[in-house]
Design a binder for this molecule. Structure first.
Ligand code: HEC
Ligand code: HEC
Length: 199
């Protein structure tokens, strides 16, 4: 458990993330400053981490290079230790918190910092994630045209397509330890692992 909490702290420390239930606290993009400046009189700075007690974590934290805050560099894009579909629900959540969200948040921020400055689980799962039990694909993501249709071909020339095809899809496939969808791997992970199709 301690180890897992450590990873959540790492995820929180990566900046720009807000994981809601995991307790990072909103807007946790600032690093702990070590308490250099304190409000006059008060012995402890309260409130900054919104009730998340950082005490005791300082020593036990995994080593994190705070100089480079790249989730891709710090965590690496690799499959989970146990195939994602064989994990317990709790472990799936921890993997999403510790690896999937930080890396996706960074990728989407790189794609469009204005739209995706801060990402949460809702990025992919929608704002009703809990109600629908994180089921994918998500009906809240843009519905895609049928592959092969004229609309599909048109979409293929957009910058969004390049990002989705070259970054988002292969990264997600790796992070859940699946082959990417292709003619040879019809059961692989592709666009429709996240998006639904227009009727
Ligand atoms: C980049 C997109 C993305 C983000 C961000 C993301 N997820 Fe996921 N999540 C997925 C995909 C895709 C699947 C389905 C994987 C599969 O096909 O097996 C999934 C599956 C899950 C599942 C298993 C659902 C089931 O069917 O049992 C859980 C639980 C989950 N995510 C929780 C979370 C939590 C909690 C967060 C936020 C910390 C999060 N996810 C963030 C893409 C995402
Ligand atoms: C891991 C989940 C995931 C996968 C896989 C995925 N997408 Fe997306 N896609 C998203 C998310 C998240 C957004 C942003 C939704 C939003 O605007 O909040 C998005 C947005 C889009 C958009 C709208 C872009 C924009 O700028 O508004 C298009 C088009 C799109 N995806 C196409 C695709 C295609 C085509 C594929 C397969 C090559 C694909 N997606 C694979 C999660 C995914």
């Amino acid at each position: 458990m301690t180890k897992r909490l450590g990873w959540i702290v790492v995820a929180c420390a990566l900046g720009g993330l807000s994981v809601g239930a995991a307790g990072c606290g909103g807007g946790g993009s600032q690093q702990e400053t070590g308490g250099g400046e304190q409000a006059s009189g008060g012995g402890e700075v309260a409130g900054e981490s919104e009730g998340f007690d950082m005490e005791g974590f300082e020593e036990g934290d995994p080593e994190v290079n705070h100089g480079s805050q790249s989730a891709r560099e710090l965590l690496g894009v690799h499959p989970p230790p146990t195939p994602f579909d064989q994990m317990t629900h709790d472990d799936q959540v921890y993997w999403m918190v510790s690896n999937v969200l930080p890396i996706a948040a960074e990728d989407f921020r790189g794609y469009d910092a204005e739209r995706f400055g801060t990402s949460t689980c809702a990025l992919c799962h929608g704002d009703n994630a809990e109600e629908v039990h994180y089921e994918m694909p998500s009906a809240q993501l843009p519905r895609l045209p049928a592959p092969g249709s004229p609309q599909w071909t048109q979409m293929q020339s957009s910058p969004a397509y390049a990002f989705m095809n070259d970054v988002v899809t292969p990264t997600m496939a790796t992070l859940i330890g699946e082959e990417r969808y292709s003619q040879e791997h019809q059961d692989g992970f592709g666009c429709f692992g996240c998006h639904t199709q227009r009727q």
